[in-house]
Design a protein around this ligand. Structure first.
Ligand SMILES: Nc1ncnc2c1ncn2[C@@H]1O[C@H](COP(=O)(O)OP(=O)(O)OP(=O)(O)O)[C@@H](O)[C@H]1O
Ligand SMILES: [Mg+2]
Length: 270
């Protein structure tokens, strides 16, 4: 496929290869994401979801196979080099922004792709401030009035919403969301999920989101992938996932993998 934003060919990941503890964590993943696809990835503990995202982001060297982003082979590129193409939001709301800088300073730094040199030399310009105000207002959290608040003083949900803005400000080719709502309370998590969906659709982003929340995986995005023991067990497009319920998904998983899905977060959630 030529217009794929992400193309993964025959990806294998081994941990501690050649030792008695060898773990074949990804077993030949082939996956293509087209522009504008928003895929939710679910699967039990240890299925390989984070390993897959880490392989795409470059934080884990690839054992075998190929990763291409926007047509470029990035398999052996460093995280820093890939960062021009990829933005990533992590589970911990403290991870994506600088706590002692203000909201507007963090946004300004993101606009300069994290270049402190450019940031210190120009500061926050007035026209930038107006753009930030608009973007913050669109989140619906009243943050447009908190431009000069230190970001470390905001709540986890407010901070995660701003991290999303920062991650998408330069319209990355690919947005990686690694259980980015899992550390938030259910209400806040729902709000951040809605904001995520809005940003991904409005900016026409291509995104991969790991979640333990099956409701979210069904409700959001236009594709759903279920991983099992290092492989893609189920891959549903928007049409196929339409009208499915969580019990339907669990039943599909059981039929495909032969075992019930084991997932702490799912077991704990109701
Ligand atoms: N750095 C590592 N060193 C050794 N083994 C690892 C490492 N990272 C992951 N693994 C192993 O690889 C397998 C896949 O792990 P991974 O973290 O990708 O699972 P996951 O689907 O993200 O699970 P969870 O839902 O629990 O986060 C597991 O067996 C795990 O123990
Ligand atoms: Mg994980």
């Amino acid at each position: 496929m030529t217009n794929a934003i992400l193309e993964i060919n025959g990806l294998h990941q081994y941990f501690e290869k050649g030792t008695p503890n060898e773990n074949h964590a990804l077993k030949g993943i082939d996956l293509q994401l087209r522009e504008g696809e928003f895929v939710a990835i679910i699967g039990g503990n240890g299925a390989g979801k984070s390993t897959l995202l880490n392989s795409v982001a470059g934080s884990l060297p690839v054992s075998y196979g190929q990763v291409k982003i926007a047509g470029k082979d990035v398999t052996y590129q460093s995280v820093e080099k890939r960062a021009k193409l990829i933005s990533r939001v992590f589970q911990d709301p403290r991870q994506g922004s600088a706590p002692l800088l203000t909201v507007e300073e963090n946004l300004s730094l993101a606009l300069k792709r994290g270049s402190w040199r450019n940031f210190w030399s120009s500061g926050v310009k007035k026209n930038e401030r107006n753009v930030f105000k608009q973007k913050l207002a669109s989140l619906g959290l009243g943050l447009e009035n908190r431009l000069s608040a230190e970001i470390g003083l905001l709540s986890g949900g407010q901070r995660q919403a701003i991290t999303l803005l920062m991650a998408t400000m330069r319209q990355p080719e690919l947005l990686l969301l690694d259980e980015h709502t899992a550390a938030l309370d259910p209400q806040t998590s729902a709000t951040v999920m809605q904001i995520t969906d809005k940003i991904v659709r409005e900016e026409h982003l291509t995104a991969m989101m790991i979640t333990h929340n099956m409701q979210d995986a069904l409700k959001y995005g236009n594709r759903l992938i279920m991983m099992d023991h290092g492989q893609i067990a189920i891959d549903l497009n928007a049409e196929q996932k339409q009208g499915l319920t969580v019990p339907d998904l669990l039943a599909m998983f059981k039929e495909k993998s032969g075992t019930a899905l084991t997932d702490d977060a799912v077991l704990l959630s109701d």
